[in-house]
Design a binder for this molecule. Sequence first.
Ligand code: TYD
Ligand code: MG
Length: 464
Amino acid sequence: MAKSATKTKVQYVCSECGSVQMKWLGKCPDCGEWNTLQEEVVRAPEKPRSALAASTGYGVQPVSLAHIPADGMPRLVLGNSELNRVLGGGIVPGAGVLVGGDPGIGKSTLLLQMAAEVAAKVGRVLYVSAEESDHQIGRRAQRLGINAEDLYVLPEIVVEQIVEQLEQMKPALVIVDSIQAIYSEMGSSAAGTVSQVRDCAALLLRACKRFNIPLFLVGHVTKEGAIAGPRVLEHMVDVVLQLEGERFHAYRLLRSVKNRFGSTNEVGIFEMSEGGMQEVRNPSELFLAERLPNASGSAIAVSMEGTRPLLVEIQALSSASPFSQPRRTGNGVDFNRLLLLTAVLTKRVGVNLSDQDIFVNVVGGMRIDEPAADLAIATAMASSFRNQPVWADLAIVGEVGLSGELRSVGQLPRRLHEAAKLGFGRALAPRSALKGKGDAALPTGIEVIGARTLREALEAALVK
Ligand code: TYD
Ligand code: MG
């Protein structure tokens, strides 16, 4: 390796794609994003990056594919079934998992609970706390009723020290809270910068892969909702989980955004309680618990979150607007879909919402982006406008097209099964989705009403 000059210089690193530029530019020439280049001071490395080189696994020989066992080490299955579901059936040995989420949402709490479980069942767990002192972790553990002998807390921010500890200890699981708070002494720029985050993550991931230790990294989320630091961080890990929730709701959703070992879009549902993050096993029941069955403006949608059907209440309120430009507000629904459904109701069905303020809310702080919830949203809006309640025993599924036609949705039998299980006697679905489906595919105990258009669907859904 050539000796580099000791003169300090400045470089600009893109927070989106990680590309390095010699001068500042408004637009990154590599990924085309604006205002993503961040200035970093380059310090000449004091010594060659031997630690980096040492942990890359130099000298490994190629292995014939035929001789690589497919199963490898078994997954570490957790008692927490919601976490298991999101991880795709447990923790894979050597996997790198990035857990993102807003500050205060419960990342540290959830991971500490998981760490305690693994420590009790499997063996030593290393919890690197770069943001909080060991006393703070101790206090949280006490609050959660955790007292695990094999759970080791390491308040450390230098990544080389962390790697050294984990190489000595070879724990069953490593958690680093958070990746933005640690730095490399050998890195070429200051702590918290894009290249530091990337280098630290690379070093940790390589060390953990070498010993087949699963690694959980906590990442902060920026105002825009992306995980702070370079996007490359998301490419480097195997699994990206996002913890979401509204500040004033106790529910927390853990979504898998990327998963090399399982399906994405899986959701785990938790409730933040006095005793930490509790798993919610029957979310539909919980979301429907406070529903007023005969109120107008309320409809039940059956939405799929990954492989799990969820019943959620959609509420709408329309009231004559005092403004020339009426307001539309959506909570938990896609705003553009809300506008589209308003237009379809006005133009195709004759529910004239053009001078109405409209508010739509998904109860319980859930967010539904699926078009399959269209029909329930439109029904709730029409129900509020006409002041006619929706039949209390009716669950609603279907996408609405621009001509006011209903379009079929995926996984209808699963959705209907869930609705039947929760005691709904009838379901409203697009007729096209029922075609070719024998009675065998559809659950018994629920009457399925097929409708061709939104107008037909409203006829069936609203109490006269
Ligand atoms: P925390 O896990 O520190 O969030 P993050 O690591 O994502 O920043 O959670 C902080 C919040 O959770 C805090 O407002 C207190 C609350 N909390 C509970 O409600 N119950 C509990 O048992 C614990 C430990 C925290
Ligand atoms: Mg935290």
